[in-house]
Design a binder for this molecule. Structure first.
Ligand SMILES: [Ca+2]
Ligand SMILES: [Ca+2]
Ligand SMILES: [Zn+2]
Length: 503
């Protein structure tokens, strides 16, 4: 069964709600044990624990998002709890916002062209544009979002449907909307993003006064507070978001225009890093590709929290919208996706090694890696290697700890990786910014670009020493190096010092 049984229903209503960077971890398990008491990210741990800490994940999530957990299981389903083997990810490799919204509304990961958060029109066709061309929905597709770039990702201008964001004047002319706009101007002036309580207010004003058949509201506070390193305010924004959902549903279900005719779907554009890395997301932060999906209301099968299903992809969101509205939608890459079906399950394919590496002759002198440190305005590995060498030495593991400045530097690491047990491994490199990784003299991972990213490969490694080199550079902002190894009973996000030697 698909998400909906609306095929043949000529007059459906759809409410779409997104939350920027809201992790599945909090949605399904509530407050994170590793963060809720960490004073680097929480100003008053006792107060935060009193509000959201409970003994079990079920109690914690109910404390954090009481409406979602009291209402959705009786009226629909949720997918994406990886602790219960429900797997959903973005199909794009960027793991940040604009590519996430483009994927969910345009139905495919256009990594070549969609690799920036800038507020530029999307070259791809969104499913909301297609809906607004259909006579049943023309003039009845509307949106509000806290962040301005979402309006561009869904192409409301080209699609000819009203969209309002951040500091823009609202298109509904009610007293409530005018007051919200005034307060936002006084408080925030010209901004790229407004606090979610404004967007929430605009959403209710629009639903009650304009009665769109297809309404999209995009919230952004969770991502803002997480980037700011404020886990307490991040949790608070989820709790407020739960109230926004509740009020939207209560408002619709009290209105004859929507009552009993409305399907509600919710998702996020990307996940976040783990532990202290919850502040970030992006191609080099692997867990930030993990997402979730919620559907309830008209035509949605009541399955509650679903388990052991997937893998699902964020790109199926557009197909799901088309299915609910009964419109034809083919993404611009020509590849149609299936709508979400909580009963879908596909056995993961067993990994196959793409290459085999014999051990090398080596004479290790000690623990650690040799490093060469550069400084300069670096945007590629060749540029880094042409910069002056500022320092050299031995460092215990792959990290940016040897840096002498926050930005604009490069590090070349060289050494040996000792493999105890031969076999099949997933070796990976995740860096911010760019890097090239060599194994036994062979170039294995090239992510030599601003922003960096992630690459991995299943390979056979013989027991013994393997020669490794990482040529890494940092432009500006955050920086990160993770050389991961997974297989034969070990899982390392970053190779431990005990495996690393220099010659
Ligand atoms: Ca930096
Ligand atoms: Ca950076
Ligand atoms: Zn973000």
């Amino acid at each position: 069964m698909l998400v909906s049984c609306n095929k043949g229903d000529d007059d459906p209503r759809l409410v779409i709600i997104t939350f920027d960077g809201l992790r599945w971890q909090e949605l399904f398990s509530g407050a994170d044990e590793s963060l809720v008491g960490d004073t680097r990210f929480v100003s008053n741990p006792e107060a935060l624990k009193a509000a959201y800490w409970r003994d079990t994940p079920e109690e914690r999530r109910e404390a954090l998002m009481p409406f979602v957990w009291s209402y959705v299981p009786q009226h629909g389903y949720l997918i994406g709890n990886r602790d219960k083997e429900s797997m959903m990810t973005v199909a794009n490799t960027m793991n940040f916002s604009y590519p996430g919204y483009s994927e969910m509304f345009c139905g495919w990961p256009d990594d070549e062209r969609i690799n920036s958060n800038d507020p530029n029109p999307n070259p791809n066709t969104s499913v909301l544009e297609v809906a607004n061309r259909d006579p049943r929905y023309k003039g009845s597709v509307m949106m509000y979002s806290s962040w301005e770039s979402i309006r561009y990702a869904v192409n409301n201008e080209r699609g000819g449907f009203p969209g309002c964001v951040a500091d823009e004047k609202p298109y509904v002319n009610t007293v409530g909307a005018r007051v919200l706009y005034e307060i936002n101007q006084w408080q925030n002036g010209k901004t790229e993003e407004c606090p979610d309580y404004f967007t929430y207010g605009y959403a209710l004003e629009t639903l009650t006064s304009a009665h769109p058949k297809v309404f999209y509201v995009g919230f952004g506070d969770p991502d803002e507070f997480a980037h700011a390193g404020e886990y307490d305010r991040y949790l608070q924004s989820l709790n407020e978001g739960d109230t926004y959902i509740r009020r939207i549903v209560e408002t619709c279900e009290a209105d004859p225009f929507y009552k009993g005719k409305t399907t509600y779907i919710l998702t996020c554009d990307h996940g976040r890093g783990l532990g202290p890395k919850f502040t970030g997301h992006g191609g080099n932060i692997r867990p930030s590709r993990e997402t979730w999906f919620i559907a309830f209301g008209k035509g949605v099968p009541v399955k509650g929290e679903t388990t052991h299903n997937g893998p699902f992809f964020t790109k199926q969101f557009a197909a799901t919208i088309a299915d609910i509205l009964g419109i034809e939608f083919t993404p611009d890459n020509g590849e149609k996706c299936e709508p979400f079906n909580p009963d879908f399950y596909k056995e993961p394919e067993a990994p196959v090694a793409s290459a085999s590496f014999e051990a090398v002759e080596a004479k290790p002198k000690g623990r650690g890696l040799r490093y060469t440190y550069y400084e300069g305005d670096i945007m590629s590995v060749p540029q880094m290697l042409a910069c002056p060498v500022k320092a050299q030495g031995i460092t215990p593991e792959f990290s940016t700890a040897v840096k002498k400045t926050e930005d604009h530097f490069g590090i070349v690491f060289e050494g040996l990786m000792k493999i105890e047990k031969g076999g099949l491994y997933l070796l990976s490199s995740a860096t911010d910014d760019g890097s090239i990784f060599f194994l036994d003299g062979q170039k294995l991972f090239d992510i030599d670009r601003d922003g960096g990213g992630y690459k991995g490969a299943w390979i056979n490694l013989a027991p013994g020493y393997h020669r490794i080199q990482l040529q890494y550079w940092e432009n500006y902002g955050g920086e990160n190096i993770e050389i991961g190894l997974d297989g034969e009973g070990i899982t390392y996000e970053n190779l431990p010092a005990s495996m690393l030697f220099y010659e």
